[in-house]
Design a protein around this ligand. Sequence first.
Ligand SMILES: *Cc1c(COP(=O)(O)O)cnc(C)c1O
Length: 383
Amino acid sequence: MSTLQDRPNWMEIDLDALESNYAEIDRRAGHGRQVIAAVKGDAYGHGAVEIARALARRGCQAVWTGHVPEALAIKAADLGLKVILFGGYTADQIPGLAAAGLLPTVYDMEGAAAAAAAGAPVYVKVDSGLGRLGTPLGEARETIRAMAALPGLAIEGIYTHLPFGDAKGQAWALERAEGFGALLRALEGDGIRPAVTQLWGSCGLYAGLPDPTNAVCIGHLLYGLTPFPAIAPAAEGFRSTVKELGSRLIHVARHPAGAGLAIGGAYSLRNAASVGVIPLGVSDGMRRLGQHGQPEAILRGRRVPVIGTSLEHTVLDLDGIDDPRPGEIVRLVGTDNGASISMADWAGWMGCSELDAVLGFGGRLERRFANADEDIWGSFGAR
Ligand SMILES: *Cc1c(COP(=O)(O)O)cnc(C)c1O
């Protein structure tokens, strides 16, 4: 049953793949090292609450995000997870966030003082060179000592973030990681021993870099995404979590051979053929096509060319499909009768990273969540 509000478009998330990726991360992290899941950006476009629910079921104990409304939604779902904030608020909001059961990150004395006054445990972020959030590594020892001296402040964790994209970046990260390790040892000498220390995300874990901390915080690999899109198209040992990107034909029309279709007549039909339209376009995460190869979709287990896309529609060449009908299912991503197209294929055709592709579609389409044991449908309603 569909309602008037529904559009016949969906993105199906494979929770079995998510759980398998989580297990692989846990294995690589090694015994005794906690895996904290990064669920920022609405779980990298997958849906923060449902992903957190699936991870909690798999034994994950903590998630990390910088989006306060999503953090509150995860907390409200009562999954028994620690919800840690990367940031995303000003110091005056910290008491309210702590009262809501969230664990804030602080990176300056103002934030630390607000947390101390609220009696809230905190995570302290160190900027080891990325130049984003964090108390700068060079002054971190003094700052953290001053924070620890604030009455009422419990420092539960200290962490940093060193993503990289290639061998040169890895050398940079390794050097900075050594500095962060030295900071943790110096603080230990000062009597500051937080329960959680964390250094590597997907890049460091995938590259197998030495880790002086007791936790990892992983996003990309959890969602089957390579942390190195520029040099490696896929992350070996990890499964894609987007199982299907689907829609239905809303219109079919026949055109003569040689007809110049699409904007400005740029696409020429080889044969007299039917053309089909799906109600999914650039505003749903599609990007301009035509510069990176011929995109395709799947109808009745056959790959069909995608002619073009506009703000709310995408047009398919249905040459060779016998009597196509409105209502038929079209898969942009998915498998049908042996034909298979991946999100990575679409990222290639759209000239963007796989993460950018998922973020684009995930933000606008109904999400469905499936695993082998049970099916959990998205909050937008029935299939
Ligand atoms: C996003 C993020 C991570 C996870 O990064 P991935 O490369 O996606 O695994 C870890 N730490 C911090 C601070 C982050 O912002």
